[in-house]
Design a protein around this ligand. Structure first.
Ligand code: PLP
Length: 254
């Protein structure tokens, strides 16, 4: 085989690998929806492409996905550019990781949805960034679901996962809602390590219901990853953020 032919062959192998994984994930989502009497259309699958190349984004698009998520601003910025050069223009980019203040501007220039708004400073920076691009930026408030005693007791070998404490959510939501160039979408959370995801997602569902009493349109519940999507669907997730179950295992985060 010449070089071009072998590149094409490995391209096909990768696409079939992703297709197979996606079929399994799709069946898990359908089963979870059936089990809780929800329609599949209530749940959006967001593919988390962090650490994977832009060519994988192209495979995902060919397989019918549009929603892609990154967790680091710098990697996201580079990948968004690469995808634009590949003419993948119909993508919706989601930022799901903790956002540093000095990266808010860049993220606000390309993101469709930021899932990880957890402090006031980000609200004004994202609003300013969205103002200069001409279309509204959807923001979710990330809620920290660590139990307070647990957060205090673990002298963290685990990295902090970000998120606002539940008591701070109403204020942050109001700040987003007041911002001219932001749209309040709802809430996001990551299940805490070492706790049952179902318990965490049940708490998230009560916070989401509270939020909807003040903001009926803020119906997004972003919860559920490769390992816990079933529990997330059971407790009302509207957006699942799935990485490794679709794209394979990642090198450990640095
Ligand atoms: C990496 C990541 C995911 C995807 O995790 P998987 O276990 O690979 O599905 C989801 N949400 C956030 C915030 C992430 O950082």
């Amino acid at each position: 085989m010449n070089e071009e032919a072998s590149r094409a062959a490995s391209h096909d192998v990768r696409r079939e690998e992703i297709r197979g994984n996606l079929t399994v994930v799709e069946e898990r989502i359908r089963a979870a929806c059936r089990a809780s009497g929800r329609a599949r259309a209530e749940v959006t699958l967001v593919a988390v492409t962090k650490t994977f190349p832009a060519t994988d984004v192209r495979h995902l698009v060919a397989l019918g996905l549009r929603d892609m998520a990154e967790s680091r601003a710098q990697e996201a910025t580079a990948k968004v550019d690469q995808c634009a050069r590949m003419d993948l223009s119909e993508l919706r980019w989601h930022l799901v990781g903790q956002l540093q203040t000095n990266k808010a501007r860049a993220v606000g220039s390309f993101a469709h949805t930021v899932h990880s708004v957890d402090r006031h400073e980000l609200v004004s920076l994202l609003d300013r960034a969205a103002a200069s691009r001409g279309w509204a930026l959807r923001c979710l408030v990330q809620v920290n679901l660590d139990e307070p005693h647990r957060a205090a007791a673990t002298a963290a070998p685990t990295p902090p996962r970000g998120g606002a404490v539940p008591a701070a959510v109403p204020e942050l939501a109001a700040a987003i809602d007041r911002s001219a160039h932001l749209v309040l979408g709802g809430l996001m959370a990551v299940a805490p390590l070492g706790a049952a995801p179902a318990d965490a997602f049940a708490r998230l569902a009560t916070f989401a219901a509270d939020l909807r009493t003040s903001y009926p349109c803020a119906g997004i519940v972003s919860a559920g990853m490769s390992g816990d999507l079933e529990a997330a669907v059971r407790y009302g997730a509207t957006h699942l953020r799935i990485g490794s179950a679709i794209l394979g295992s990642r090198p450990p985060l640095r």
